[in-house]
Design a binder for this molecule. Structure first.
Ligand code: ADP
Ligand code: MG
Length: 148
């Protein structure tokens, strides 16, 4: 199934969903995470990172575009590109250290049309649905036949 929609009723459920998604990921995979502020993007990534074996606290990157965490032989990258209007004005190698072989990467606020992010495996979109409810859509980009 290419797309799936679920509702969660609290942060723990969103973390669990992240963990469930993580179990489908392999070395080199990239996950784009969209949704407005407070929708639960970082919460989902935290659950995924835990499930992948990250033991350090997973927090929102503030002074850099991303964090890299050890998870056994893998690196789990967590980027937040909120403050980057367009990557073209930045160093083209900016993302290189976070993506590709040996890593599994999660990118919050991915800019549209960024070639470095064109090979994403999953697109997760979170939306507020009242109180602690969140509506979450997961699209398997590899299964849609769209270019990766
Ligand atoms: P984002 O990264 O999208 O800005 P965060 O994950 O940092 O969002 O923050 C989400 C906030 O909403 C947290 O304070 C979290 O505890 C709260 N929250 C409440 N309900 C949920 C839910 N169902 N899923 C995720 N977070 C939730
Ligand atoms: Mg966040």
């Amino acid at each position: 199934m290419a797309a799936r929609r679920v509702q969660t009723t609290g942060p723990d459920e969103t973390e669990s969903l992240g963990g469930e998604l993580a179990s489908t990921l392999v070395d080199g995979d990239l996950v784009l995470v969209r949704g407005e502020l407070g929708a639960g993007k970082t919460t989902l990534v935290r659950g995924a990172a835990r499930a992948l074996g990250v033991e350090d606290p997973v927090t929102s990157p503030t002074f850099s575009i991303g964090h890299r965490y050890r998870a056994g032989d893998l690196t789990v990258s967590h980027l937040d590109l909120y403050r980057l209007a367009g990557l073209e004005a930045e160093d083209p190698d900016l993302l290189a250290d976070y993506l590709g072989a040996g890593r599994i990467a999660f990118v919050e606020w991915p800019p549209d049309g960024e070639p470095e992010l064109s090979g994403a495996r999953l697109l997760v979109t979170l939306a507020h649905a009242g109180g602690e409810r969140r509506s979450i859509e997961i699209v398997d980009l590899a299964a849609t036949g769209a270019p990766r």
